[in-house]
Design a protein. Sequence first.
Length: 158
Amino acid sequence: MTTGTALRRPLVIGYGTAMRGDDAVGWYVADLLALEQRLADVDVLSIHQLTPELAADFASASRVVLIDAAADGDEPGTVHVVDVEPDFAAAGVFSHHVDAASLVALTNALYGDAPPTKMVTVSLDAVPHEERLSPPVAAAIPDVVAIVTRLSLEDDDA
């Protein structure tokens, strides 16, 4: 990467469709985190989807935490945290939308390195055309905020 990690800030990205029920969980969490005083030195974004252009933001971050809804079949409101490993096989196949693993791979390919990246997902219940989270996903928000805050403030050596 082009600068030392001491100069970089953590990056948190909440994404999804704000008007599709539980798919908006990333937006809700990012909006709350943007107001969190302890995260004053963390860059927080709310976006609709991951795009290749985010590789530059990834490259300038000390670490990245992504927040999204997951249609994984688990109990609605279940929170998962996983490390995102680069998917170099998909890195050359881009459109306007990419997944986390291919974005990490693209960042690595373009900038020579990619920051440690975590994905925090919340199992969704429904994606109706409305701006309201289901009760189980809404109930998970405090846990997600706490998890993302902890992940954002971790030491680089942790």
